[in-house]
Design a protein around this ligand. Structure first.
Ligand SMILES: NC(=O)c1ccc[n+]([C@@H]2O[C@H](COP(=O)([O-])OP(=O)(O)OC[C@H]3O[C@@H](n4cnc5c(N)ncnc54)[C@H](O)[C@@H]3O)[C@@H](O)[C@H]2O)c1
Length: 430
């Protein structure tokens, strides 16, 4: 079997903690031969872990891209607004790409990347990892078999989770769309991609509403301090308190044994001491009512498809779980797909309901419900075997549609809910 060589650009949560690890899972299929990050500590750690020689360790993706082509493919896992700037030269150098989503918050960049990838004849797979999960694979199979006839209405919700909202979209990397992406693109391009893929439909028009309801100064409770650890009088009753989320919470707190995400975003190797220090001094200890965030905490999107069927989608930060729940209503029955419960309930009209327990279908649900590793393996297999993308694979062409819908939703939201035609996004004047 041919072993592919990989260059990793961006060694953060995705690059270092997710995709680098696949080199150990599939050693016969891939080897990391070059790495780049602006943080020397991350470069040193990955170099040590994966035996990358010093002359192949770079202090930025730009420096890596200034070299001759060093590997068969590149994983681009830098931040949202950097992806296209890194992907364009990589394509021109001849790399095939595993590209983190969102491709870009700028419509013109999305279009430019698509054009360049086509001109260079390279493969670009966007990391819509949920497609590869046992859950969505099974759901796709059921829908494609026509089990509920033609899908006419879909109702979907992404439950972001109150602590995830606070971590990523109020205090963290994706809090401000001027530096990252609108939330409906950053978080929900996955949902838009899944909804299109699962229904095999094309969107015609989109409208959307949403706002930052809670996480702003005027909503701060009486006595709230600027930082959670600075004697905040509202601390006891505040679920967004950094001490609860990062130190004491059963699910997320380092004191309860969680040394992975989200604690490892605060400090490279979380311990109760290092996390405490991070929330005392760093951005993740800021009061959620006093941050420089501007992204929404709730948004609804209505999509009319070209065949007249409709999708309504809600994203909400005000949920306990961070998971997805979707109801598909078809001409012959309905399906309730509950990712948190890992169940798919199929109700054919006039028949007994059938509940599929997806947890029985696989042993591996690690990393995005089992999607991360499967996606990388599928991508490697496609390149090794020189075949066309599998049914689950999200090519750049397909990914663009999810991005166009998300960007249309944001445009609509900013224009008070005006209906946006999808053709405007695909080919309209920029
Ligand atoms: N597919 C998914 O489900 C999924 C999940 C989470 C995040 N993401 C996306 O993945 C991307 C990375 O997210 P993350 O959570 O790993 O963020 P992160 O901040 O942990 O990682 C980004 C890394 O890029 C590095 N970097 C910045 N500038 C650089 C440069 N010029 N050259 C090289 N490295 C540079 C940073 O130092 C950091 O280590 C984001 O675009 C995010 O939206 C996708």
């Amino acid at each position: 079997m041919r072993q592919l060589t990989v260059a990793l650009a961006g060694l953060g949560s995705r690059g270092k903690d997710t995709y680098a690890k696949t080199a150990k899972l599939f050693p016969e299929k891939m080897k990391i031969v070059a790495i780049a990050d602006i943080d020397p500590a991350k470069v040193a750690e990955v170099a040590r872990e994966y035996d990358v020689p010093a002359q192949r360790c770079f202090s930025s993706a730009e420096e890596l891209l200034a070299q001759d082509k060093l590997a068969d493919l590149m994983f681009i896992t830098t931040q949202d607004r950097q992806h296209v700037g890194h992907a364009l030269p990589a394509l021109k150098k001849g790399y095939d790409l595993l590209l983190e989503k969102p491709v870009s918050p700028k419509l013109e960049e999305c279009r430019e990347l698509l054009k360049t990838a086509q001109a260079c004849g390279r493969k670009v797979v966007v990391c819509h990892v949920l497609r590869y999960t046992p859950f969505y694979t099974k759901l796709k199979e059921i829908l494609d078999e026509g089990t509920i006839g033609d899908v006419v209405t879909v109702m979907g919700i992404e439950n972001v989770g109150y602590w995830h909202q606070a971590h990523s979209f109020v205090r963290g990397n994706w809090r401000n769309s001027d530096n990252s992406s609108p939330m409906i693109l950053q978080k929900c391009c996955h949902d838009m991609d899944l909804l299109l893929w699962l229904t095999n439909k094309t969107a015609r028009s989109v409208s959307s509403f949403g706002s930052t309801y809670l996480f702003k100064e005027e909503m701060a409770p009486k006595g709230a301090a600027l930082r959670c650890m600075d004697g905040c009088a509202a601390k006891a009753g505040c679920p967004f308190d950094a001490e609860k989320i990062y130190l004491t919470d059963e699910r997320t707190g380092v004191e309860k044994g969680n040394t992975g995400w989200p604690c490892n975003i605060l400090t490279l190797h979380p311990t109760p001491e290092s996390v405490r220090e991070a929330i005392e001094k760093g951005p993740y200890g800021r009061c959620v009512y006093h941050c420089d965030n501007n992204v929404v905490d709730h948004q609804v999107v209505n999509i009319c498809m070209t065949d007249g069927s409709t999708i309504s989608f809600t994203m909400s930060g005000f949920t306990e779980q961070n998971s997805r729940f979707t109801k598909f209503m078809g001409t012959m029955g309905e399906i309730v797909a509950d990712l948190h419960a890992n169940t798919i309930e199929v109700q054919r009209f006039g028949k007994a309901p059938e509940v599929i327990d997806v947890s029985r279908l696989s042993e591996d649900f690690s990393g995005h419900a089992g999607g991360d590793n499967r996606m990388v393996e599928e991508f490697l297999d496609m390149l090794i075997e020189g075949r066309e993308p599998a049914r689950s694979m999200t090519t750049l062409e397909q990914s663009m549609e999810s991005h166009y819908i998300a960007l249309a939703a944001e445009k609509s939201r900013l224009e008070g809910g005006r209906m946006v035609e999808m053709e405007e996004m695909r080919t309209g004047d920029l």
